[in-house]
Design a protein around this ligand. Structure first.
Ligand code: ADP
Length: 579
């Protein structure tokens, strides 16, 4: 059970990613499948939608047209003089052709009800010497506003044909059940709409009719309705939509925009008034199959991208979580390490202090030795506490620096002198190599640089192992003053080098070393040196030792941070020189 727990904790990141990736992959697969099905059915449903749209547009246009025609043809019954006779008493003048229509009343009606959809109006009624046996038709020209119009044979024929079905009712003295407008399209050039004009008993007195202006119907009524409804029904691609009306020979009678190429996706017969016409629709740039393919690709790409972003986000979150876990683990180790670091020297100080206090030790040399020991240990404690305090200031952003011109050589020598005895006690020899000429002054915070240098020296001592020789080298490298600390100790593995400057990080494998520490020293060094716009670097080889190099800019601390590429080259020459 514990093994499982440890495994889960160690591989939390990968387990998390796999746990998310599997359902995500399943989701993607399902998405792919449904998109594929959609790709197959989309053209069918889009065509059905287009068909529905076209029929809706036609219905709407027709209805509006019909409503208007109904008003326009609603000639008052009084304009037709014919009276249904009592069969016994038919008088001559009731069939007098001149007296059948009230001309001014009809003209007045058409003048008042102008309609651009009508090319020509006509009225029709019946007459006959004894009985109503023949029909008469008179034309009214809406352009000249008069009955002075000479129709062609075709026009006359079409008007008679369209009216005949209604006038027949007069001739046979019966009345129709429905009084709706009727359409006669037998002559496509003269498509007629007629309306029966009836008396109060629904008996047909005559007929009012008109020839449809097809141009108006297509270019204005239909075009307006398409312009109004297309953007609502096809909000994404209405600019692309081509709607055209064809005759039986596929001649174009109307198109809402120029088009060419692929055949139309939908062809729909016009039901009323233009039965010999077709209305058709397609998208200008793409066929429905291409459209659905694009839809498929777009959606799939979007899904894949979303999945990737999701996966990336989860990986980042898990990484942050695993880092946080690692950090908390490192903090716990830090507390235990620091406690150990504090407890051991404190215990020795107490014991040696007690010896001295009780006066048990009389030998002057011993007293001197104990005193030195106490001094060294308390110095180490001070350094540890300084590091912890520095770290807490750095973390809370309160660490400040007091920059002033100083000589690096002086800072290094002072520090070495302070720790000389401690080094000697532990059998270390520290060699300082500095060029003959004095190094130029640098603007630094001497305490902070001293602290950084101590940390490097302390590490060199701690991780020296058997070898007890440490070399400190000072010099000028281009625009920098360099302090290098080299030891011949355990060294650092290549993959660890990038991490040793992280806070709390320790190369914590007992096979490498069992030296206690806080894991703060190098992170503080890095912070201090970067605050000086300098750089700290390390060259190391396991088993052969390490060289830590601090590079500090000459003169005023430069405005921008030193360029790492260049520093890297300098570091290389420097460490080559040292070894
Ligand atoms: P610590 O208190 O552990 O020394 P540091 O931040 O000073 O913390 O160092 C981090 C880690 O870097 C150390 O735990 C050690 O493994 C490695 N390290 C630092 N200096 C040296 C060195 N001179 N030689 C070998 N390893 C070193």
């Amino acid at each position: 059970m514990d093994r499982v727990k440890v495994f889960v904790r160690r591989h939390a990141l990968w387990i998390g990613i796999v746990a998310v990736a599997i359902p995500l992959a399943a989701h993607l697969w399902l998405q792919y499948e449904s998109l594929r099905k959609l790709q197959a059915t989309l053209p069918v449903s889009r065509r059905a939608f287009m068909r529905q749209y076209l029929s809706g547009v036609l219905n709407q246009t027709m209805m509006a047209f019909e409503e208007r025609v109904d008003v326009v043809l609603n000639v008052p019954a009084g304009a037709f003089r014919y009276r249904f006779p009592d069969r016994e008493h038919i008088s001559e003048d009731q069939f007098d052709i001149r007296r059948v229509f009230d001309w001014p009343a009809i003209a007045n009606h058409f003048r008042e009800n102008q309609f651009r959809g009508a090319r020509l109006f006509f009225v029709s009624a019946v007459s006959g010497p004894k009985e109503p046996t023949f029909a008469v038709v008179r034309f009214y020209d809406p352009v000249s506003c008069s009955f002075a119009y000479f129709p062609t044979e075709q026009e006359r024929g079409a008007a008679h044909a369209a009216s005949a079905s209604w006038t027949a009712f007069t001739m046979v003295f019966t009345h129709p059940n429905s009084l709706q407008l009727t359409v006669d399209e037998r002559d496509p050039k003269n498509r007629a709409i007629v309306k029966p004009i009836v008396d109060e008993n629904s008996r047909v007195l005559g007929v009012a009719g008109m020839f449809v202006d097809e141009n108006y119907f297509l270019q204005e009524a239909l075009a307006t309705e398409i312009g109004r409804t297309l953007p609502q029904k096809f909000p994404e691609d209405f600019r692309d939509a081509v709607i055209a009306v064809f005759d039986r020979d596929r001649r174009v009678l109307f198109a809402n925009q120029p088009f060419e190429g692929a055949p139309f996706d939908v062809n729909w017969p016009i039901p009323f008034l233009f039965k010999d016409r077709y209305i058709s629709m397609k998208m200008r740039t793409m066929t429905e199959e291409q459209y659905s393919r694009r839809y498929f690709i777009e959606n799939l790409t979007f899904s894949i991208l979303t999945a990737l972003v999701l996966l990336g986000g989860i990986a980042l979150t898990l990484r942050a979580a695993s880092r946080a876990m690692k950090l908390s683990q490192m903090k716990a180790e830090f507390v235990s390490n620091v406690s150990h670091e504090l407890r051991t020297p404190l215990a020795s100080i107490r014991v040696f202090g007690e010896f001295l206090k009780l006066g048990r030790v009389r030998d002057r040399e011993k007293i001197h030795e104990y005193g030195e020991y106490i001094e060294t240990e308390s110095r180490r404690l001070t350094q540890l506490i300084n590091n912890i305090l520095d770290f807490s200031k750095i973390e809370s952003g309160q660490k400040t620096y007091k920059f002033e011109p100083a000589r690096i050589e002086q800072v290094v020598r002072d520090t070495l002198r302070t720790f000389e005895i401690a080094f000697e006690q532990n059998g270390f020899t520290i060699r300082l190599e500095a060029s003959e000429q004095a190094l130029p002054e640098v603007v630094i915070d001497t305490d902070a640089i001293g602290q950084a240098f101590i940390n490097l020296l302390d590490n060199a001592v701690k991780y020296s192992g058997e070898s007890k020789e440490i070399v400190v080298k000072l010099g000028v490298e281009g625009e920098f003053v360099a302090i290098a600390v080299r030891d011949r100790g355990v060294g650092i593995a290549r993959e660890e080098i990038g991490k040793v400057f992280d806070k709390f990080y320790r190369v914590g494998n007992n096979l490498v070393h069992d030296v206690k520490g806080s894991g703060l020293g190098l992170s503080i060094v890095k912070h201090i040196i970067e605050a000086h716009r300098g750089k700290v670097m390390v060259e190391s080889e396991p088993g052969r030792g390490s060289t830590f190099i601090i590079l500090l800019p000459l003169g005023e601390p430069p405005q921008s941070a030193a360029r790492p590429g260049r520093l890297k080259a300098q570091l290389q020459t420097y460490s080559e020189e040292m070894s």
